[in-house]
Ligand binder design. Structure first.
Ligand code: GLN
Ligand code: ZN
Length: 764
């Protein structure tokens, strides 16, 4: 019999229940016991969903109040002293590491949080000391939750992050120099102790995630697998299914001999189906393969025919008893259930599958390969119909879009002239001073703005009334910027709810959910729009607001657009056409917007691409270069339809460009604004080293904090920047948009910023 398995289930619940409970607890509106009770309710509900669907292998310990890496930090008592010394309640200590703690005389910032591989989920980085020790917590969470499920009559497979990934994803604490992987021999005995206890509690099998196996690994990290898994597979311990996801493991096959004694290996056959053959060939003679064929990262119904073919191929090689049908990764990255989507067009809804639905998909596939297709005929037939409907739908296929793509020529990606000519034209046209000042786009999104937007969405005010309100907001923002004496103004983005959703709502080919929330970090969830079909722009999206703003000021007005890569990365993309095709469609839509903005009298246009870097494939090499090539093409295509005298800006919320500087340079944007105030100014050296010719505005102050930096502080920062950048190259701006700030600090900080710029202007 072929078993079905799920690698992890979303934690939030049907209505972001966990978010609400956590936030209520943080606000002292829910007691510790009530929060714990709510978490238990959610775990049981999620196990029950999987049990009812008939899943054979149900995960436990996939739940986390905040983050599962943070769970492990506490599980192994790898808690930095600045937290442990406060003797907080364990739950509060946990949240203190996740989100900081400022209460009752205790004041500690959070541990660093970073993106989980190439997903939009963030994990808390294990932060290690030179004299680090590890001990098993007195009430280990994996055992507690395993027993909780057992008591409810549900047998589960506990999930742990493996020791090699735990360490390799960690870092030395500030002021420490420990190489995390060197701590392996201290950590492994704690895993062994935990596994022993899990076995005593009744766990037959444990899922141990080693997702770092899909990355390029230093030799010492590869070498760590042998001692680790020799110890973890000693007799008397549960069987181990070692899970990898988000990539292929073929390039790390030299590690496989060290994994011979684990019971099974899980690989992601959605992202990399081609690795099946090679992986099957590498398994030991009795090892099982957990075949990840149901996508844990997207919202599309699984194509049963294709998935069954893949599983059948595995069975041919290994036999039925050595194959498990599984989700490709944890379902953490998918929304809870499609059932909540009452407003979706039924045609489109028929193509989707969220976590609850995916759980059933693994069971159907397992049954189909165990008992033959006849056993699940109805499910297969209706799935085939959905696939057919999606493939042939008018919503998916737009001939005009395809024709336009076919006609794109290489020169469509190029501006009319090289940068020096453009610069000359822009100088005459825009008449900007040296050290020009600007902002990144958004100004404070006040309560009033949110109230009016809500009223408009609910139909409580008319479109006209809302429009007038937005105009009034724009006018105010423009006046304030004039008073501040900024050089390039913006309209302030009061009409935008979110930088991707706003555009998605105005493009054909997109759809939206009402409840499709996915955990991003801690209690924060996002609701990505979904690309369902060929994308096109039925009408101008931002021209009205930008044109109005330009019309009420003599100063140059900067139009604000979200770039094609960011639109794509922060959406659920299609899985039936390559992402480069979707990016090009977005690029053409944005190109039209750029051209329209120029025609409307907006001669500075910023195309934000903060998501460009996170789209980088996990491994260096050919795949990464291919991505950069189509991503850069998409940006250039979106920006190139205008005159030399119109200035293109782009914006990135980071300043580490070392790994892909050639791509940033290839964007050919006239001006780049980048985050820099909290980063090392030395990161700008790469612009000097590579003789970057165009203009750059490294942020001179942090917009994530209400703190107002003094004029001198910004002058110092600008002085540092001038070590690496030429004066005529430098723009003066904040790190990012100001939408989360209050007006008071915004005005104060921008006043200081403008004064700092003027100080340097006088000197040159
Ligand atoms: N223009 C956007 C803003 O100012 C940019 C946001 C971002 O970079 N994430 O809000
Ligand atoms: Zn930004």
């Amino acid at each position: 019999m072929v078993q079905s398995s799920v690698l992890g289930f979303p934690r939030m619940g049907a209505n972001r229940d966990l978010k609400k409970a956590n936030e209520a607890y943080w606000a002292d509106k829910l007691s510790r016991d009530e929060l714990i009770k709510e978490a238990k309710r959610l775990r049981l509900a999620h196990w029950q969903i999987q049990k009812d669907a008939g899943v054979d292998v149900i995960p436990s310990n996939d739940f986390a109040f905040y983050d599962h890496l943070l769970d492990h930090i506490q599980l192994f008592n790898a808690i930095p002293e600045r937290y442990s010394k406060n003797k907080l309640d364990p739950l509060d200590e946990y949240f203190a590491m996740g989100r900081g703690h400022q209460k009752d005389g205790v004041d500690v910032p959070a541990l660093e949080m970073v993106k989980w591989f190439d997903s939009n989920y963030h994990y808390v980085k294990p932060t290690l000391q030179d004299n680090q020790t590890f001990t098993l917590s007195s009430d280990p969470k994996p055992i507690r939750e395993f027993l909780e499920a057992k008591e409810a009559g549900i047998a589960t497979r506990p999930v742990l992050v493996g020791p090699v990934s735990f360490l390799h994803l960690g870092k030395a604490d500030r002021g420490q120099s420990v190489d995390p992987i060197s701590l392996l021999n201290k950590l492994v005995p704690v895993y062994v102790e935990l596994l022993k206890k899990l076995k005593e509690a009744g766990a037959e099998t444990v899922q141990i995630d080693e997702p770092v196996l899909v990355q390029d690994l230093p030799q010492k990290v590869k070498d760590a697998f042998k001692p680790a898994y020799e110890a973890l597979t000693a007799s008397g311990l549960p069987k181990i299914v070692l899970a990898t996801y988000f990539g292929d493991v073929v390039h790390n096959f030299d590690v496989f001999p060290s994994l011979q004694s684990v019971y099974g290996i899980h690989v992601d056959l959605v992202r990399n189906p081609e690795q099946l053959e090679a992986v099957a060939g590498k398994l030991g003679s009795s090892q099982i393969l957990s075949a990840g064929v149901v996508d844990g990262r997207n919202i599309w119904k699984t194509n049963f025919k294709r998935a069954i073919e893949i599983v059948e191929t595995a069975i041919q090689k290994l036999g039925k008893d050595r194959v498990i049908v599984a989700t490709s990764s944890s379902l953490l990255h998918t929304p809870h259930s499609l059932e909540a989507e009452k407003k979706l067009d039924p045609e489109v809804a028929d193509w989707f599958s969220f976590a609850v639905q995916k759980v059933s998909e693994v069971t159907v596939i397992a049954k189909a390969v165990t008992d033959g297709p006849a056993a699940v005929r109805e499910a297969l037939e209706s799935n085939a119909k959905s696939m057919e409907s999606r493939a042939t739908s008018k919503r998916t296929n737009n001939k005009a879009v395809k024709d336009r793509q076919a006609a794109v020529k290489p020169q469509d990606h190029e501006r009319q002239s090289p940068f020096p000519q453009r610069l000359a034209a822009q100088k005459t046209h825009l008449k900007l001073p040296i050290f020009p000042t600007t902002t990144i786009g958004s100004f404070p999104q006040t309560k009033e703005i949110r109230v009016q937007r809500n009223k408009f969405t609910k139909g409580e005010i008319t479109a006209e009334e809302y429009e007038r309100f937005i105009e009034k907001e724009i006018e105010e923002v423009v006046r304030i910027q004039e008073e501040l004496d900024l050089d390039v103004l913006v309209h302030g983005e009061p009409e935008r709810n979110d930088m991707v959703q706003y555009f998605g709502e105005r493009l054909d080919g997109y759809t939206f959910t009402t409840n499709g929330w996915v955990q991003s970090y801690g209690s924060r969830c996002v609701r990505p729009p979904i690309v369902v079909g060929d994308i096109s722009r039925p009408a101008a999206m931002t021209v009205k607001e930008s044109k109005y703003a330009a019309s009420i000021s003599k100063k140059p007005m900067k139009g604000m657009l979200t770039g094609p890569i960011t639109c794509l990365r922060w959406s659920f993309p299609r899985d039936d056409v390559h992402q480069s095709v979707q990016a090009q469609q977005l690029a053409l839509a944005i190109r039209d917007e750029v051209v329209d903005l120029e025609a409307a009298g907006v001669f500075v246009i910023q195309i934000d691409e903060p998501a460009l870097r996170e789209g980088l494939p996990l491994r260096a090499g050919e795949e990464r270069e291919k991505y950069l090539s189509w991503a850069v093409d998409a940006f250039k295509l979106s920006a190139a339809g205008i005159k030399d005298s119109t200035q293109i800006h782009s914006h990135f919320c980071y300043s580490e460009f070392q790994d892909f500087f050639h791509a940033i340079a290839a964007l050919d944007a006239d001006v780049l604004s980048i985050e820099n105030s909290k980063s090392d100014a030395k990161l700008l050296k790469v612009f000097e080293d590579k003789e970057y010719p165009r203009h750059i505005g490294p942020g001179v102050y942090d917009i994530h904090s209400p703190r107002v930096p003094a004029e001198q502080e910004m002058k110092d920062r600008i002085g540092e920047m001038l070590q690496w950048l030429k004066p005529e190259q430098l723009w003066i701006n904040p790190d990012c948009g100001l939408k989360t700030r209050q007006w008071k600090e915004t005005k104060a900080a921008l006043t200081n910023m403008v004064n700092a710029a003027k100080f340097f202007r006088e000197q040159h």
